[in-house]
Design a protein around this ligand. Sequence first.
Ligand code: ADP
Ligand code: MG
Length: 379
Amino acid sequence: MKEKIEKAFEQHFGGKGTLYVAPGRFNLIGEHTDYNGGFVFPGAIDKLMMADIRPNGTDKVRVYSLDLNDNAEFGLNEADAPEQSWARYIFGVCREILKRGGKVEGFDATFAGNVPLGAGLSSSAALESCFANALNDLFNDNSIDKFELARIGQSTEHNYCGVNCGIMDQFASVFGKKDHLMRLDCRSMEFEYFPFKPVGHRLVLVDSRVKHELADSPYNKRRASCERVAKRLGIETLRDATMEMLDAIKTDITAEDYFRAKFVIEEKDRVLAVCDALVAGDYDTVGRCMYETHKGLSKDYEVSCEELDYLNDIAKECGVTGSRIMGGGFGGCTVNLVKEELYDNFIKTVKDKFNARYGHEPKIYPVIVSDGARRYEDQ
Ligand code: ADP
Ligand code: MG
């Protein structure tokens, strides 16, 4: 990838720029917890966006996307937004830095990535973090702090790409650290690194390649349930709820609201249990919690689907240590923690069985927990 990007730079602009990379991310556990003030637990992965960048002394940005074989050229004022959606991520990052009083001038760039698009590994956050970090280094002496870089990516999605996302993806892409996951407290925005060294295991994402678009925005309905229960309990978010508190109002709320809140409360406790297990190097407990999360997402929160439940069943049958839906649900990936010696059989079985039932193979993405956004030469 590096050679191709450098070669494209030479061809388009002549000479050489500076290389920057930023990763996609996965989330071990902590699903649907962000909007409830709870914890998420992501890590950066070894799938990256890479860009070769050089200031060009003008007020224009010229970018070439190798993967899409497409060029964009734009100015740095609000009215200069490019048409292509991929270029709006880069334009948005420039604009968000400028809005915060940072400096961005014209530059030339070529870039490419191996984060699969739209598979739930956040290729968009990788793209934003790669450019945000690069422009911080090239034009701002790295004076913008890392959390602000993540916010710049998030605001880019909100203001230029029409995606109303949380902070987790950009946070993980910026702060990622080899052999560590990050527990991010979505209420205080404090975070802590935990060691993740699953020696003898592999981490693999299995992408069902299905996405069910449901009519009555299930996401908003889940959020509304959580908010109703929190209000009934007299607290701001379910972060402060316990099962005792929930059981005490069980008869006053609908069964649906009860099970939604139950999942959120249990999921918060599971994240904390996984942290303890990681410190103790107890990956069996980590795996058990992953299965419990899947069950909760499927039965109580009801955001699974037939295909994802099938992937989970196959994982269980193959003796996979832990497996669960990753992301919002209704399709996408499962994340799996698999013992080395069971890995090949699991991959073969999951491909064959899924294909036999649904007529296509799932995509397999092995991942390794890696460092966050950085200059390529720094690694
Ligand atoms: P994801 O879940 O992977 O973040 P999104 O739909 O949020 O999916 O973002 C995907 C978009 O990000 C693409 O449509 C494209 O505009 C941009 N993008 C991601 N990866 C690349 C790439 N390698 N080259 C060009 N654009 C990319
Ligand atoms: Mg995205």
